[in-house]
Design a protein around this ligand. Structure first.
Ligand SMILES: [Cu+2]
Length: 273
């Protein structure tokens, strides 16, 4: 809670924004609602625990304070099992039940959102984009007009020579692949990102889209979402991945469908036009 309060104060003083940046995705409002629910629920619990702590400290100084010794004396006459039962209900079972109900409710609410995003795959019409994190840069690859990614080979990776992903020039499917350092997406269309890493674990994070997924070497992690609001959104790395981590940033540009088609056509490799 202290960290959350500190974050809110710092973000307000720095950018005059109290909360996350404005949401530009379809699923964002549900994620934001869930975040509020968690913060409010846990915040109230925190306040309740502090009030109880202050109350017990205050009571300790009162004459009529019911000390543990006095409570023990009062309960001494009761049958052992009755005494144990009262103490159990009072101090353990009731808070346990209350916390279980709260956490179960939060988990069920989160599960729906998680399942929609992780267990249900993207629709077949979703735009396919491959995201690669490499110290300290993000690359985005589009499959081009044939809708198929070309083969890549690790021995061909050569960023200074203009082939940062190691595209194999002998594969015809790769001839129309577009590699960009900016992610450009059409508004209103679902996108399925295949996220990879060439070296260490990176964190692909678009706060404005409420999207976050680790990029793990040797695996392709998929995440799908629908951007709805045209505009520019920062892309960050959320995992400390080396000395240049802080500058591992890119941009997402959400544009109308027609503008996206124009951008795609303008970036097609010359030999495939
Ligand atoms: Cu990083």
């Amino acid at each position: 809670m202290c960290a959350a309060a500190g974050f809110l104060v710092m973000s307000y003083s720095g950018s005059r924004i109290w909360w996350m940046p404005p949401d530009g995705s379809l699923h964002g409002p549900v994620a934001d609602h869930l975040m509020w629910l968690n913060l409010v629920g846990l915040g109230l619990l925190f306040l309740l625990s502090q009030v109880l702590l202050a109350y017990s400290l205050f009571r300790r100084n009162q004459q009529n304070f019911c000390s543990p010794e006095r409570e023990k004396t009062e309960l001494k006459d009761l049958h052992f099992f009755s005494r144990a039962k009262i103490l159990f209900w009072k101090y353990e079972l009731f808070p346990l039940i209350a916390l279980t109900i709260l956490y179960t409710g939060l988990a069920i609410a989160a599960q729906r959102l998680w399942a929609a995003n992780r267990f249900q795959g993207a629709s077949p019409q979703a735009l396919q984009v491959e995201v690669t994190g490499v110290q300290f840069q993000w690359y985005f690859r589009y499959p081009g007009q044939d809708a198929a990614f070309g083969a890549t080979r690790p021995d061909l990776v050569n960023a200074p020579a203009g082939n940062p992903l190691g595209l194999d020039p002998t594969d015809p499917q790769g001839k129309d692949d577009i590699v960009s350092s900016t992610l450009v997406l059409p508004a209103g269309r679902e996108v399925d990102l295949g996220i990879r890493s060439f070296d260490v674990i990176h964190g692909f994070f678009i706060p404005g889209m409420r999207v976050k997924q680790n990029a793990v070497p040797g695996m392709e992690m998929h995440i799908h979402f629908t951007p709805t609001v045209p505009g520019d959104y920062p892309i960050l790395c959320s995992q400390v991945c080396g000395l240049g981590h802080a500058r591992m940033q890119a941009h997402l540009r959400v544009v109308p469908e027609r503008e996206y088609e124009k951008w795609l056509a303008a970036h097609l490799p010359k030999e495939s036009r």
